[in-house]
Design a protein around this ligand. Structure first.
Ligand code: SF4
Length: 504
């Protein structure tokens, strides 16, 4: 039997975290707030975790952390910044000893308040150490937090993960697994989480499977990750998706699967296919790149236009633009070039220079634009700020006409399931009708893919059937598949928005 360190706290290192790093320029996208990774039973557990997080960097660029367990104690390193910077030091990697580890990347706002929220979170409770990292949002976290605080819990962070930790630690169930089940049955929301104790790695998806989580294998080690691209980077084989509502426990005895929740229809986030997931990932059996091309092709069927070239707004518009070009027979051209080296700030992101971000990131390829009728394809429009600047740029490069095609329905509603979304008064499509938005962006024509078209592109020939929806599409439809208890209760709006901002 393995023993615990007798000298609490069990964290070997908890380094000071500088404030002020981060991604400065709003590129006008919804932001996936987190990616998770866990591995059990590999001598290079921390190195594989760092590589996995590197592959998941698109899910969060503001902070990252790893907790490993070496058979005696938990070791941790967390910081603000990119994975490649945080885990570049051999000394840091050497400190993350052990055959099991979990890691996390996170998108959030910058600032000192972030320090205590960087995941994975770690705590000691009656059964030993417990580390948790999660992607998503608990929609009754505020309610639970208040109850826990009233019962004497003291919170260190504002993350949902800590709510879960407290629920696990205060459960009266007789085993760690039963306590986790007990805690999960009390929470509502959309989440994929990985947890690690001294003996096991845990992975769980919410009952509707809104956020993705896959299982892989390398040698004899089992891996859990937000996306398959995190398996590919370390040469691991994909085993299967963790099912919606499934809790997997991986320990020396193998893999155990538990279903703590009542059976429910899956409602995976459709935005994973539109924008969040990496195009080389396979989400719920569907290659993301392929899905995006099909969405672009469907867009061409629904909203054709006479033009000379199809130009993606890179990089996220690339696959849909390719699909549009293939379907329409209009040549695909990289008429906008993206600078990939502006990820982090070298000047402060004040409002007065924020608009420059578009020009720092994109430049029109004049030789291919001048005199042409251009179809610009983007995955979504959120605030509309980037679209306006991109169109200005393309016109300045001499485009004869500019037509905009969007590979998602209008984003009309906020996401409450772990994605950073502006309030609806900042969502441009919620405030302008199509013609007003066309004028606002400054294009000859503007069209979004229809909701039915999106579902057709995802393989549902009949389009969106409300009786059998396969996805969460609440940011388009306003139909939220999971209750929004904290919001509906109307309590503590300011505190709620703070929590939403700081969760992952
Ligand atoms: Fe995804 Fe939109 Fe649903 Fe949020 S509301 S989980 S972004 S589909």
């Amino acid at each position: 039997m393995k023993t615990r360190s007798s000298t609490p706290p069990a964290l070997k290192s908890e380094m000071a975290i500088p404030a002020g790093t981060g991604t400065p320029f709003d590129d006008d996208k919804l932001r996936e707030e987190c990616g998770v990774f866990g591995i059990f039973g590999h001598q290079d557990a921390a190195a594989h975790t760092a590589l996995g997080l590197h592959a998941l960097q698109h899910r969060g660029q503001e902070s990252a952390g790893i907790v490993s367990y070496d058979g005696n104690r938990f070791n941790t390193h967390r910081n603000l910044g990119l994975v490649g910077d945080i885990f570049s030091s051999q000394k840091v990697m050497d400190s993350l000893v052990g055959k099991s580890a979990i890691g996390h990347v996170r998108y959030s706002t910058t600032g000192e308040t972030l320090v205590r929220n960087v995941q994975p979170l770690f705590a000691e409770f009656a059964f030993g150490g417990l580390a948790i990292a999660h992607n998503g949002n608990l929609t009754n976290a505020l309610t639970l937090r208040r109850e826990l605080v009233n019962r004497g819990s003291i919170f260190h962070s504002t993350t949902d993960s800590e709510v879960l930790i407290h629920m696990i630690s205060t459960s009266w169930a007789n085993t760690v697994t039963n306590r986790i089940v007990d805690a999960l049955q009390g929470v509502e929301g959309a989440y994929s989480l990985v947890g690690m104790t001294e003996n096991a790695l845990y992975g769980v998806r919410d009952p509707l499977g809104v956020r993705p989580l896959v299982m892989g294998k390398i040698d004899d080690a089992i891996i859990l990750a937000s996306e398959t691209c995190a398996l590919d980077i370390i040469g691991a084989d994909y085993v299967r998706d963790v099912e919606p509502g499934e809790l997997v426990i991986i320990d020396d005895n193998g893999i155990q699967s538990i279903r703590p929740f009542a059976a429910a229809k899956s409602r995976l986030c459709v935005f994973e296919y539109i924008y969040f997931a990496r195009p080389d990932s396979v989400v719920d059996g569907t290659n993301v790149y392929e899905a995006r091309k099909r969405i672009g092709a469907q867009l061409a069927i629904e909203s054709p236009v006479d033009a000379d070239i199809v130009v993606p707004v890179p990089d996220s518009g690339n696959p849909a633009a390719m699909g549009y070009a293939e379907q329409s027979g209009i040549p695909f051209e990289l008429g906008i070039i993206r600078n990939h080296y502006v990820g982090r700030t070298f000047i402060e992101p004040t409002d007065s220079i924020r608009h420059l971000g578009v020009k720092l990131k994109h430049n029109a390829n004049r030789a291919y634009i001048e005199g042409k009728k251009v179809i610009l394809v983007d995955d979504s429009i959120v605030r509309g700020t980037t679209s306006t600047k991109i169109v200005e740029m393309v016109r300045a490069a001499g485009a004869a006409e500019v037509h905009m095609r969007i590979a998602s329905p209008p984003t009309l509603h906020s996401c409450h399931y772990g994605v950073d979304t502006p309030d609806s008064d900042k969502l441009v499509a919620a405030n302008l009708d199509l013609e007003e938005l066309r004028k606002h962006i400054g294009v000859e024509s503007l069209a979004y893919i229809s909701m039915d078209g999106l579902y057709r592109a995802m393989g549902q020939e009949a389009g969106r059937d409300p009786a059998a929806p396969h996805y969460c599409d609440a940011c388009f439809s306003g139909e939220y598949p999971i209750s929004l208890s904290d919001l509906d209760s109307g309590a503590g709006t300011a505190q709620l928005s703070l929590l939403a901002e700081q969760n992952g």
